[in-house]
Design a binder for this molecule. Structure first.
Ligand code: NDP
Length: 480
């Protein structure tokens, strides 16, 4: 399909590069093509890396004011085009229009935030233990950064990696997930049209095992920032070490617990569970996929949550009446439904949802399991869909133990009216993000983001902490 169909090309050294055309479909209406994209091959990826290499010293030496202005312009354009980009994002990925709007705004604000971060102190001065010596720690850019991103936040995740990378004087090759190349393509147009010199930002669209692999194995790449599944993340780590021992940062999955104590406000507990487990069709790494509920509130909580879950309207993300959009792909839908079968076979009970929604499109009814145990696969493996399970516990100690009994460690939440329980949870929960009386999902752009265990490797992302990945400290001693 070509001609009038909207399409997106790869961006290499400031030039738009065509390739074999592929189509992306609307998950709410699988017959509808959202846009076409030009498939990059290894040679295109190589050319993009070489362009980034050539452009890097010049970009790093640009006056800070020039870099600030460009980042600010990218942010302003994203914000100005919010409505149009949100519709594209909703049609391509399937999230509700309101959520898509929020994501575009987040991406725009992220670029603006890093423009202004450039005015923050970039190093430290120390007292030297020697006479007539000046000691300081300066920062230099990492160099050429390969950025590999998943499909679930097609604008926000590239933004929170690309913006700090460019701000700190690095050049970038972005490889987005193939399912969301239209969003990435629009971002690339905006970055290119905002005055970035050729080669500073490059886009290559294609399969991870082809173009992604080139970023991992090229010794001209100094670092890779990756968000995606844990299996892919482990591969990224191995390849980065084997090919030039390059720096890598991995943000991966989660199996995030939300603890509900007997003293919780029931309404708050249901709201947190509903939002955390099912909004964005559960396709969030911070989704609450384990609801760990104390015995006395258990039955009331399950009854209220099951009613609320059953009332969620699944439908087209562009329809303002929808509460939940489609699952991103037929493969993801099949995997979700498979987990429903696995959960039933393991002895958990489905009290809401559990099946494919009958409408055309990749819709699934939000699904709630009860009678789950933390040893079951549905409680241990990341499903990445609108599926959550309730695990009954007796007290706070058991809740903290069960919450921490996971390979992951991204986000953990508690709903309680007890200050001491909240403080204990903040101290003892083994996760990189802890929430109290709030959903486990929903983070802010100026605060660090990342987890522990299988959820993360390397420095935190976002906020000022992003500097730890995108720049290298250099300790300088000057005698005088
Ligand atoms: P994947 O791990 O399948 O893919 C992530 C990215 O890696 C894609 O761009 C993919 O390309 C690419 N990739 C795949 N194979 C390779 C390879 N051999 N070399 C280099 N790159 C490769 O994850 P999904 O896209 O399916 O995203 C869902 C996952 O992301 C979930 O597990 C979720 O938890 C996690 N996630 C984590 C977040 C966090 O910050 N912790 C946030 C959001 C999601 P392609 O698919 O185009 O082939």
């Amino acid at each position: 399909m070509t001609g009038t169909m909207p399409h997106h090309l790869n961006l290499v050294d400031g030039e738009w590069v065509d390739g074999e055309r592929r189509a992306n479909h609307n998950p709410a209406r699988p017959g509808e093509v959202v846009s076409e994209y030009a498939l990059a091959d290894r040679n295109t990826a190589r050319a993009a890396i070489e362009a980034a290499r050539r452009a890097q010293p010049g970009w790093a030496r640009q006056p800070v004011a020039a870099r600030m202005e460009i980042l600010d312009r990218i942010g302003a354009t994203l914000l100005r085009r919010t409505e149009e980009l949100a519709v594209l994002l909703a049609r391509e990925e399937g999230k509700l229009l309101a959520e898509a709007r929020g994501e575009v705004v987040r991406a725009g604000q992220t670029f603006r935030y890093y423009a202004h971060q450039l005015l923050q102190p970039q190093g430290e001065v120390y007292s030297s233990t020697r006479p007539n010596v000046h000691a300081e720690v300066r920062r230099r850019p990492l160099g050429v950064v390969g950025i590999i991103t998943p499909w679930n936040y097609p604008l926000a995740i590239p933004a929170w990696k690309v913006a700090p990378a460019l701000a700190h004087g690095n050049t970038v090759v972005l490889k987005p997930a193939e399912l969301v190349t239209a969003s990435a393509g629009e971002l690339a147009r905006i970055v290119a049209e905002s005055g970035t010199p050729p080669g500073v930002f490059n886009l290559v669209m294609g399969a991870g095992r082809v173009v992604g692999e080139e970023l991992l194995t090229s010794t001209a790449v100094d670092g890779v920032s990756f968000t995606g599944g844990t299996g892919t993340g482990a591969h990224v780590a191995r390849q980065c070490i084997a090919h030039g021992n390059k720096r890598f940062q991995l943000e991966m999955g989660g199996k995030n617990p939300l603890v509900v104590l007997d003293d919780a406000d029931l309404e708050v507990a249901v709201r947190c569970a509903l939002d955390g487990s099912f909004f964005s069709t559960g396709q969030r790494c911070t989704a609450s996929s384990r609801l760990i509920v104390q015995a006395n509130i258990h039955d009331r909580f399950v009854a209220a949550l099951a009613t609320a879950v059953s009332a969620l309207r699944v439908g087209d993300p562009l329809d303002p009446r929808s509460d939940l959009g489609p699952v991103v792909s037929p493969e993801q839908l099949a995997q979700n439904l498979d987990y429903v079968r696995i959960g039933r076979d393991e002895g958990a009970t489905v009290v809401a949802g559990g099946e494919h929604h009958p409408d055309e499109g990749q819709f699934m009814r939000p699904t709630l399991f009860t009678d789950a145990r933390n040893t079951m696969r549905v409680a241990r493996e990341e499903i990445f869909g609108p599926v959550s399970c309730v695990i009954r516990v007796n007290d706070l100690d058991e809740a903290i133990d069960v919450a921490g009994d996971t390979d992951f460690g991204l986000s953990a939440g508690i709903v309680t009216t007890s200050l001491s329980a909240a403080e204990r949870f903040k101290r003892d929960a083994s996760a990189g993000i802890v929430t109290v009386n709030l959903p486990t999902a929903g983070t802010e752009l100026h605060l660090p983001f990342g987890g522990t265990g299988a959820s993360n490797h390397g420095p935190r992302e976002q906020g000022g902490y992003a500097r730890d990945f995108y720049s290298v400290p250099v300790t300088c001693y000057t005698g005088w």
